[in-house]
Design a protein around this ligand. Structure first.
Ligand code: ADP
Ligand code: MG
Length: 349
């Protein structure tokens, strides 16, 4: 073979190699585009936990959505059992029925501390230390409606004197809590916490997973529909069965606190499960308060706090957006009021 022939052959080989690589690259790009366009299959599952319906709606290209859902349901059951104040053997039961310092695990310490911190930042509207009052009204157990009753003034005064976030003391070094005689009730934050934990769990297993988790109407978005479209969330009419509004969310969380889920009526007066920690009676001023926030804990806490603060609704509408929370309130006269930024979520973009 002549030298020039050999050169030609080498050239030919190089051209062939370059074309092969380019072809592979093109195939790669087509494949990526194709996979991205392939519709994702969503798995839809339901469970009964925390006294309400848990709905998990997820899709993943990395691992089976079924196993993600299973993990979420397990996490909800774990949190429910661990922090139920009325379940003998739960850590909160132990805290509420001990006097003096109690050693707790890290998760309990930080959840109780977070809840108490919100008590301070909401000026006591959100108060996780009113367990005795909640128990007194019969709102303690999800399944025992027969316990509902209007307590006497004396009973309320007594339970009030054994409530208050200032009574709870923390020792971070030794991870100990002294409840100072109050009963902790995390009912106003537990769902948000479970949603947030589940969200983190799903995202850890597959950062690209999409869908949502819904616990009794409180929703954590995991990711937009098919990776791009918003989820449409109806806000329930607190005095009817339909929706009064629709929200379009691609991320974050939404929670509603209302007087229509757990309540009883005596002599035409509606008594419901969100108590005003200042006087010990069901909070007046709103029928429902819906909050949109970046995370589910904030949404949960501020929907309860906003409900308690409803008589000061003008303050709520101005103050909540300052901390990144948008709010819509159905006042007790039926009037609907919204913070300025709420409208953003009422339009499909
Ligand atoms: P839901 O659990 O029905 O979605 P909320 O998030 O508003 O509604 O939580 C209500 C629960 O929070 C009550 O069942 C009770 O356990 C607890 N709770 C009631 N009043 C308060 C309050 N002022 N602050 C904190 N928690 C409260
Ligand atoms: Mg709440």
């Amino acid at each position: 073979m002549r030298i020039s022939d050999r050169k030609d052959l080498l050239k030919l080989k190089r051209v062939f190699a370059v074309s092969a690589v380019s072809l592979l690259a093109v195939i790669g790009v087509i494949l990526v585009v194709y996979i991205r366009r392939t519709p994702v299959v969503y798995e839809d599952s339901e469970a009964f936990v925390m006294g309400t319906r848990l709905r998990v709606f997820l899709a993943s290209r990395k691992i089976s959505a079924d196993s993600l859902i299973e993990n979420v349901i397990k996490e909800f059951r774990r949190i429910d059992a661990k922090f139920d104040p009325y379940r003998e053997g739960s850590i909160i039961y132990k805290l509420n029925h001990s006097s003096g310092w109690v050693k707790v695990d890290k998760e309990t310490f930080s959840l109780v501390e977070t809840a108490v911190r919100y008590c301070y930042t909401t000026n006591g509207a959100f108060d996780p230390t009113i367990g005795r009052l909640i128990y007194l009204w019969g709102f303690a157990k999800f399944d025992e409606r027969k316990n509902f009753r209007v307590p006497s003034k004396e009973e309320i005064e007594k339970a009030l004197s054994r409530s208050g976030c200032k009574k709870v003391k923390f020792n971070e070094d030794e991870m100990m809590i002294d409840t100072g005689g109050v009963w902790i009730d995390l009912g106003g934050i537990a769902k948000g916490y479970a949603l947030e934990r589940s969200y983190a769990l799903v995202k850890n297993l597959d950062p690209d997973a999409t869908g949502f988790i819904d616990i009794g109407g409180e929703i954590r978005i995991v990711g937009p529909k098919y990776g791009r479209a918003p989820w449409v969330i109806g806000v329930r009419d607190p005095r009817g069965s339909g929706a009064i509004d629709y929200l379009y969310l691609t991320k974050g969380a939404v929670a509603t606190s209302g007087d229509y889920e757990r309540y009883f009526v005596v002599d035409g007066v509606r008594y419901h499960h969100i108590l005003n920690p200042k006087d010990g009676y069901p909070a007046r001023g709103a029928r429902s308060v819906t909050v949109i926030a970046d995370d589910a804990v904030t949404a949960d806490v501020y929907s309860t706090a906003g409900f308690v603060m409803a008589k000061d609704w003008r303050y709520v509408l101005v103050h909540f957006p300052e901390i990144g929370v948008q709010v819509m309130m159905v006042l007790d006269n039926g009037k609907i009021v919204k913070s300025d930024g709420f409208e953003y979520y009422e339009k499909q973009r």
